[in-house]
Design a binder for this molecule. Sequence first.
Ligand code: NAD
Length: 290
Amino acid sequence: MELLDGKKTSNDIKEEIAQKVIELKNQGKKTPHLAAVIVGENGASLTYVNAKVKACEKVGFESTLIKLPTSVTEDELLAKITELNTNEDIDGFIVQLPLPDHIDEHKVTLAIDPMKDVDGFHPENLGRMMLNLPCFLPATPAGILELLDRYNIETSGKDCVVIGRSHIVGSPMSVLMARNTKIGNCTVTLTHSRTQNLKEITKRADIVIVALGKSEFLTADMVKEGVVVVDVGITRVKDESKKSGFKLLGDVKFDEVAAKSSYITPVPGGVGPMTIASLMLNTLQAIDMK
Ligand code: NAD
């Protein structure tokens, strides 16, 4: 078994980006600028956003963190988005999800200028993805493609099962793994909460991508020997022995599944850091697209 080390790979990517930023500066060009909007005090969301801002600093990007209270109205948030859309200095921005119940996530996603949509959630970017046209790919699936690519995982003709059909991970992931691209060309099965006989389906898979948000869901009896496993899940579980008071668990029962796998991502240190790396790559791409 070999680890698909997202932490190391994302550090390699960050070094490459940092070099690119120096080149841009030397050419007298603009420093890439990523903004992140967060609404409310959700602990996990704050952690993710802070990690994104810190990563920007590390590669030499400019970053802006906009914290809005839970009480912010939908109109106020939409006005902030318009401001970011028109601010020439901001190359790309994200609105951290989830949002409070009184705000319509779809309205927010639709309000973001597709040319600044570095999370790749806008329908225009998702549509262009379907057609294999230049676009911002959704950050988490794009990070997974990059990780598989850098480990030279053969995907062409393979049987790939994706568990979970969310708009931000599972659904776009299934499209990307089926596209006629270097990392792609799989025969993909997209599974979800209504799927019957999931174990029979996953047992046939050469590649399993798990994104359902149920800790340690995928067990050794659900996979075949030599499988490639990508674990997207992140669940916080109480752990008094940790300073933070919790530990992070993935959607895969790691030890037993790792024993049968050829390659597997750990949690933490797998897909999470790759999501952040993709966000940075998308922000660089935003500059090129200008
Ligand atoms: P979601 O809650 O939007 O969707 C979950 C999906 O899982 C649904 O499509 C549902 O049909 C499916 N599902 C639920 N129970 C199932 C079952 N028993 N069998 C098969 N499918 C089932 O989830 P999401 O936003 O895609 O997130 C999934 C997980 O990935 C979460 O733990 C989230 O925190 C994590 N996540 C991690 C990153 C990262 O960067 N590492 C990014 C995004 C999400």
